[in-house]
Ligand binder design. Sequence first.
Ligand code: ITT
Length: 193
Amino acid sequence: MKKWVFATNNQHKMVEAKQILGSFAEIVSLNIIDFYDDIEETADSFEGNALIKAKTVFDKTGFPCFADDSGLCVLALNGRPGVKSARYANELGPVDHSLNNQKLLNELQSQSDRSAFFVTVICAYGFSENPIYFRGEVHGQIATDLSGAEGFGYDPLFIPQGYDKTFAELGAIIKNSMSHRANALNKMKLHFS
Ligand code: ITT
């Protein structure tokens, strides 16, 4: 089985990637290759930040790896929080999912259009001369209240198209069969098959 380093510090992404990739590859985390640095995500695009993460790990360790930069884009907010999804409510401080969700509900209070989509851009770095990108999206609506306990981040507010429950209510099996991350990772899987 292939061994692939996933350049992430987000354990939820790690668990999802393992479920999505299944027996296609063994996913190795950063501590296994002795990488403990914090990586500053300074780009203004998902592609840019995914590249920064994957290139930083490859340059320091020499291990080919892939990184995931993701976020939620809300149409009525002109695409915000977008690349700033992790620190939407607390730009300079720690990531606080519950504050992020509350801010999103407040900002959408008077909006009738609650359409939104999640994006994941995967950057695979060190496998060939140039970085390779895989983009996945899932479209849906932002709920008017938080529901469900599974997943992470904005999952308690995101209702994917064709469902009437949030990702946090639908659970991992359904989320991982159709999510932005699944769409991007399945493209990567196909590319390397
Ligand atoms: P790494 O950079 O270490 O991979 P991170 O959590 O900092 O982890 P991002 O910079 O890509 O990752 O930020 C992603 C944010 O977008 C995350 O904090 C959530 O708020 C949101 N997000 C991304 N994917 C999500 C998902 O599947 N479900 C819910 N929220 C998600």
